[in-house]
Design a protein around this ligand. Structure first.
Ligand code: THU
Length: 129
């Protein structure tokens, strides 16, 4: 298990946020996952003119990690203009791979202030089969 490198994780989330494709909401989201082997896997939101087809940043990051054979995570950083929390769908998708996970919410317009939460706190009673 790699030690958390929070500055690097936050940087990665803020950097990938700049690639977000969000012409409809103008709400840019960057997500960075640290995997247990120390890698950082990123995602950004990708909107679509057919709004429901939008992909959230967190789910893009999870899908990219899984496609690279990485399913165990140390933490996630999520960068937004206002330090917003992940949506319910993203919480459940994260819960698929981590019962609990530190979640660092980065407020980019607030001088990159960081709020730490846990996935268990964000999603009590997560669905299990
Ligand atoms: N969004 C995310 O990327 N992650 C979330 O957890 C919540 C919402 C995106 C979707 C859409 O592109 C924009 O933020 C506004 O909802």
């Amino acid at each position: 298990m790699s030690d958390l490198d929070l500055p690097r994780l936050i940087d990665a989330a803020c950097t990938v946020r700049q690639n977000a494709y969000a012409p409809f909401s103008n709400y840019l989201v960057g997500a960075a996952l640290q995997t247990i082997d120390g890698a950082i896997v990123v995602g950004c939101n990708v909107e679509n003119v057919s709004y429901g087809l939008t992909n959230c940043a967190e789910r893009v990051a999870v899908g990219t990690a899984v496609a690279a054979g990485k399913r165990e995570f140390v933490a996630i950083a999520i960068a937004t203009a206002n330090g917003g929390t992940p949506c319910g769908a993203c919480r459940q998708v994260l819960a698929e791979f981590a019962r609990d996970l530190p979640v660092y919410l980065v407020n980019v317009d607030g001088g990159r202030t960081v709020t730490e939460m846990s996935l268990a706190q964000l999603l009590p009673g997560q669905f299990v089969l």
